[in-house]
Each structure stands twice: as C-alpha cells, then as structure tokens.
Design a protein around this ligand. Structure first.
Ligand SMILES: C[S@@+](CC[C@H](N)C(=O)[O-])C[C@H]1O[C@@H](n2cnc3c(N)ncnc32)[C@H](O)[C@@H]1O
Length: 420
C-alpha cells in the first residue's frame, strides 16, 4: 500500500525473469503486487479432466463466453485482495465483466462502464449469481428451446425472419440458428430475465457457428457442423453455465448488483453528461483500456450484435483507439493522449483521496512503430491529481508479435494514487 512509499520511487529497475523480463519502478509494496500479478501464468486452454472441478470452482463465470482482449481473472483477484466488503470497485472499460465478477465475489459495490451494450449485458449476467430456482428453470427451458429448434430442423421449417447476413454461415447452420433464435424470442416474451440468459448463451456460440475464424479474426474458415449441432450446443452451454455458477459462488453469497453505465468513458462519466456517481465515492479503479491500434471491438462482436439486435453505430462512433481508425501516426498518438486524459480525469473525480487506479495496458505496433502503452497514461496523469506511484511490465510477445529490429511488446501495470 501507499504507506510504504519507496524513496527510490519512479526509478526504473529491471528484474530479469526468464521469458518475462519483469521491470518495475516505484513504491516497493505496490511494485511487488503489480509484478506478482503480471507473472500469474495464463489460463490454460485445456485442463486435464481430474483438475477440471478445481479449475471451474476457481474461475466459474469467467469461463463462460469468449471476449478477445479480456483481462486475466487471477490478475484482477490479486489486485483486489486487500479490498473489503462494502468498498467500491470500478472499471470504466468493463468488457466482459472480469473486474466486476471479482468485486462481486468479495461483496464489493461494483461499477462498470462500456461503449458496448453486449459488454454490459454480459457483465450483469456474470457478476450476478443466478438464484437456484432460476438455474433449474434455465436448464428446463434450454432443453425445450433446443428440442423445438431440432423439430424445426427436422421439419425443414423456414425461419420467420432474417437476423444476420446468411453469407457468414454455412446455409444449413444459418437456418438452424434462425430457428433457435426464434424459439428464444418466444421465451423472451414470456420471461424476459430467462430469455436474456438464453440470448447470452446464444451469443457465446454464434462465432463458433459462423465462417469467421474467431472473434478477433475476420478470416473465413470452412467448418463442418452437422445438422442439429448448434441446438445441442445451446443446451450444453446452459449446463456449463449452471455448473460454473454452482462451483464458483459460495452457497450463501448475495453480491450487490453491479451499477452499469452504457456509453463513452471519455464523456459519460462526467457530471456534465448527467453522471450520477458521487464525487470521491470509488475506492479502487482496476481497468484495461483499449490498447492503441490493437483490437477492433466493434468487429469482434458484429455477428453477435446482429443476432442480439444491438445497434452498432454508437460503438462505431465512440470506440477508442481501434485498429480500424486510419489516421497518420502523429495524429493518432495525439488523439490517444487526449482520450486518455478524458477518461483519467473522470477517474480523478470519482476516486476517493488515497484511492488507487490500477491500469493494465499493452504496447502496440502501429505503422511498424512500437508504441509504449504506459507513456500516454503517465503523460496524461501529469495534469491530474492522479500520481503514478508504481509500475511493472513484462514481455508479452504473443499478443502482437514484433519483428526485429523492434523489441518485444510489453504489457504494463501502472498504479496511480488520487492525491488531495
Ligand atoms: C481491453 S477491453 C476490456 C476487457 C475487460 N477488462 C475484460 O476482462 O473483459 C476494452 C473495452 O473497452 C471498451 N471501449 C472501447 N472504447 C470505449 C469507450 N470510448 N468508452 C467505454 N468503453 C470503451 C471496449 O468495448 C472493450 O470492451
């Protein structure tokens, strides 16, 4: 914590660890925590069957629904470990809700903001345990929806409407998805909260059912998906979600419902935009803003937006730092620094004095130039009451592979403290 400020704060040290090359600077206690968080091994893609129950109990809803660029849940857990029930934790770029799930588990009041309605819907689902009665109903309704969809496949019923552009799917899969989605729409009319869970289960499987290689790659792949398979996937997903929830949330756990704010974190969190969050009400911010020019969150989720009826235009307009923004490098950097200042100044207003703002950010490669992800934050913070007191970074070459002569790309964790 801050009380242990190291006199050598800001002096950058390099601590070489094989394969990571951890570098730290700043207050010793904090740098230790940041360094430990960055060195937590990644979530494995495959887990041997005997280890699966322990794995699922540890990560629970984090394992439901992919979301490119999400933060490692155990990294967030490490950064939250000194927080206590009732305190307030905020993530202005909440994405798939990793920070909120961890906060909810600790009994914290959580606040998330994102420009994408999908992100908020997913965060709400993941950070709010389903009551046991609803888990049971979900399993029953997922089964009946899946069966009704299989009946449609058998009878070759044509869908009552189009949801997405059929070119993105094998023809029979598209028809089946439309039928499945139609059956879910019926549930939404009868029981909106349950319908919402089914829609998010659908969202979790739709990219895998399309010709798109993955959410972060629009390259086309040929998939071999048998008739009836996507209907069965929906039921499997429901069973998986219930299993993960039961394993993760303690039986008597009643987390506080998250506060979710839709919009552009550069503006929507300011009182001038009608933000109702109280001045100096947040104990900690943990966030991972978009890395400059690295991802296109809009494009990642276009298939999902189509099926969920989400209008992508506000996201197209307001997404920050996206790869698709074609601007000269200098202009891009300038804009990014202004963007960074805008959302950071909102955090300055909301954080309690002494509160921490912990930011995970990566270097990026734009126009063959390696850009340090930490620099814009450090510069923007200079004209706020947020002081950069500690930082750590490691090499993460796998996200954006750089080629000689560029050095390996790094990921940084910075801790800023709200000063008086
Ligand atoms: C790196 S991701 C966050 C991932 C998150 N930590 C998680 O674990 O899922 C960045 C998020 O910022 C959101 N975003 C981009 N521009 C935004 C803006 N101007 N205001 C609010 N959110 C924005 C994207 O939609 C995306 O969900």
């Amino acid at each position: 914590m801050l009380t242990h400020l190291d006199p050598s704060a800001k002096l950058r040290r390099s601590l070489s660890l094989p394969g990571h090359n951890l570098r730290t600077f700043g207050a010793s206690e904090l740098t230790k925590v940041l360094g430990e968080a960055l060195l937590i091994p990644g979530v494995p893609e495959r887990v041997p069957a005997p280890d699966r129950p322990l794995f699922e109990a540890s990560l629970g809803p984090h394992l439901f629904h992919s979301y490119a660029g999400r933060t490692h849940p155990l990294l967030v857990r490490h950064l939250c470990r000194d927080l206590t029930a009732g305190q307030t934790l905020m993530d202005p770029f909440v994405g798939s809700g990793t920070v909120l799930v961890e906060g909810a588990r600790l009994g914290l009041q959580t606040i998330g903001c994102d420009v994408s309605p999908l992100s908020l819907r997913l965060s709400r689902l993941k950070a709010t345990p389903l009551p046991p009665s609803m888990q049971q109903t979900l399993l029953e309704r997922a089964k009946s929806v899946s069966e009704a969809s299989l009946e449609r496949v058998k009878k070759r019923l044509s869908p009552p409407r189009n949801y997405d552009d059929p070119r993105f799917y094998p023809p029979h899969v598209y028809l089946e998805l439309c039928g499945l989605r139609t059956e879910i729409a019926r549930v939404c009319q009868q029981d909106a909260p349950l319908g919402e869970v089914l829609l998010l289960l659908f969202s979790a499987l739709v990219v895998k059912a399309s010709n798109q290689r993955s959410e972060s790659s629009t390259a086309s792949v040929e998939r071999h998906i048998g008739k009836g398979m996507v209907s069965r996937w929906l039921l499997n997903k429901a069973e998986e979600l219930v299993r993960l929830e039961r394993a993760f949330w303690p039986a008597d756990c009643k987390p506080l419902p998250p506060t979710l704010i839709l919009g552009d974190a550069r503006t929507v969190l300011q009182p001038s935009a009608g933000c109702k969050l109280a001045l100096r009400s947040v104990d900690r911010v943990i966030t991972s803003p978009p890395y400059l020019g690295t991802y296109d969150y809009l494009n990642h989720h276009l298939r999902r937006y189509a099926w969920l009826g989400i209008d992508p235009s506000p996201i197209e307009r307001d997404e920050m730092a996206a790869r698709r923004h074609r601007l000269p490098l200098g202009k891009r950097r300038q804009l990014h620094e202004a963007d960074t200042w805008n959302w950071l100044s909102a955090m300055e207003r909301l954080l309690k004095v002494g509160g921490q703002c912990v930011i995970l950010v990566g270097d990026s490669v734009v126009d063959e130039t390696l850009l340090d992800g930490a620099e814009p934050i450090e510069r923007a913070a200079e004209s706020t009451k947020l002081e950069v007191v500690a930082g750590a970074s490691v090499e993460r070459p796998h996200v954006v592979r750089t080629v000689e002569p560029l050095p390996p790309r790094r990921e940084h964790l910075l801790c800023l403290i709200r000063r008086e």
